[in-house]
Design a protein around this ligand. Structure first.
Ligand code: FES
Length: 153
C-alpha cells in the first residue's frame, strides 16, 4: 500500500505525515513523532503498555489505525506534563515509588488519568477493577494502587 498523508493532533500539536493509514497509532507516535511514552508490550491490545488518551479516554494505541485519528485529540504521557510540571498522577506514581522496571507505568498512568476523571474518589476495589487490564510483570501492584490513592486524595 502506498503511504498517504495522515493528519493527527497530538499533545495539542497538529501533524501531517506520510504513512499507511493502517499503521498503528503507537508506531507513528514512537517512530515518526519520537514520543516514547507509549510502550510496545504485546502489540495486540492486551497489556495496556501503549495506552494514550483519545478525546480524553484511555485507548490502546497499538490496535488503532492511525488513519482513523483525524479530528481526534490524542494525548500521550509526554503531554500530561505542562510547563515542566508533572501531572498530579505522574507525581503520585513517583511519590509512591510505583516503578520497578517501569515498563507498564505509561499505561498505568494514562489509565489512571482517564479513570479518575470519571471516578475522582474511587474505592480500592474500583482502582483494582480499573487497572485490571493493565499488566505489570514485576508485581508492584501494591505501590501502583497506593499511587492511585495518592492521586485521588
Ligand atoms: Fe498495546 Fe499491549 S502493546 S496493549
Amino acid at each position: 500500500i502506498s503511504p498517504l498523508t495522515v493528519s493527527l493532533r497530538v499533545n495539542g500539536v497538529a501533524h501531517e505525515l506520510l504513512a499507511d493509514p493502517d499503521t498503528s497509532l503507537m508506531t507513528v507516535l514512537r517512530n515518526d513523532l519520537n514520543l516514547n511514552g507509549p510502550k510496545y508490550g504485546c502489540g495486540l491490545g492486551q497489556c495496556g503498555a501503549c495506552t494514550v488518551l483519545v478525546d480524553g479516554v484511555a485507548a490502546r494505541s497499538c490496535v488503532i489505525p492511525v488513519g482513523k485519528m483525524r479530528d481526534r485529540e490524542i494525548v500521550t504521557l509526554e503531554g500530561l506534563t505542562k510547563d515542566g510540571v508533572l501531572h498530579p498522577v505522574q507525581q503520585a506514581f513517583i511519590d509512591a515509588q510505583a516503578a520497578q522496571c517501569g515498563y507498564c507505568l505509561n499505561g498505568m498512568i494514562m489509565m489512571t488519568v482517564s479513570f479518575l476523571k470519571d471516578q475522582p474518589e474511587p474505592t480500592e476495589q474500583q482502582i483494582r477493577d480499573a487497572l485490571s487490564g493493565n499488566l505489570c510483570r514485576c508485581g508492584t501492584h501494591v505501590e501502583i494502587i497506593e499511587a492511585v490513592k495518592k492521586a485521588s486524595s
